[in-house]
Design a protein around this ligand. Structure first.
Ligand SMILES: C[S@@+](CC[C@H](N)C(=O)[O-])C[C@H]1O[C@@H](n2cnc3c(N)ncnc32)[C@H](O)[C@@H]1O
Length: 228
């Protein structure tokens, strides 16, 4: 795969104090491609970036926030019945607190977007309705809700529900006035000359994509290709 030349103006290294919540450190840096990866509390981090760029800085934000679904349910992993426990970060604090958290981080994302910037947020039904409502409360402009359909989902062991086989990605612009960018011709070209629908079908990440270690909610690289 040939990637286009990176077109980025430089983004300075952010140096933060660690806090009780997180180390707040840059853990990966590639100046050539303009990639900086921080292990940080998102609220603290975005507040710091906002102080430096009060008028916004980013054309696009992709977020994969906690789903709040690790609450004692069961699921099927590698053919076995296991408890859903993705980590402490995934435990629900109740719908009101979860929504408050979503409002707080989305508000900061909105501030950091340039006037025509857009945000994409992925999630399951446990969180995505709160995300959509928070976007409406913040007067963002919802552009699409993309359905990621998984052709090989784990079976539903309880046999009391339809098999969960989708996740949603909401695409929204900073506000109603935003003139968002959509590379229509390019997207049509990669979709064999047809308009691309808002339902995307591909499998969860395979072993090759997990070469840097396992994360229970890693997203496949394909999702990013469609979005970039
Ligand atoms: C649904 S997962 C996304 C994982 C991502 N797709 C990946 O493959 O790394 C949500 C992530 O948000 C992180 N998280 C939870 N609360 C956070 C916060 N306040 N600030 C920054 N990250 C947070 C969790 O540690 C978890 O890794």
């Amino acid at each position: 795969m040939n990637y286009p030349e990176p077109k980025h103006d430089s983004f300075p290294l952010m140096v933060m104090e660690s806090s009780v919540y997180s180390p707040n450190q840059c853990v990966f840096q590639n100046d050539e491609f303009g990639v900086w990866l921080y292990h940080a509390n998102c609220i603290e981090f975005m507040d710091m970036v906002s102080r430096k760029y009060p008028d916004g800085r980013f054309d696009m934000i992709f977020a994969d926030p906690p789903y709040f679904l690790s609450n004692g349910g069961i699921t099927c992993h590698a053919g076995k019945m296991v408890k859903v426990d993705k980590g402490q970060w995934d435990k629900s604090n109740g719908p009101e607190m979860n929504h408050e958290f979503n409002m707080e981080w989305l508000l900061r994302c909105q501030k950091l977007l340039k006037p025509n910037g857009t945000i994409l947020v992925s999630g399951t039904h446990h969180v995505i309705h709160s995300i959509g409502y928070a976007m409406q409360q913040l007067r963002m402009k919802i552009l699409n809700d993309i359905t990621w359909e998984k052709p090989n989902p784990p079976p539903n062991l309880s046999c009391r529900y339809f098999t969960h086989s989708t996740e949603t990605i909401i695409w929204a612009a900073k506000n109603e006035k935003s003139k968002h960018c959509f590379n229509y011709d390019k997207i049509r070209e990669i979709n064999s000359g047809k308009q691309m629908k808002s339902v995307w079908t591909f499998t969860s990440p395979n072993g090759d994509e997990k070469c840097f270690g396992k994360h229970p909610t890693q997203k496949p690289i394909c999702t990013k290709r469609g979005l970039s």
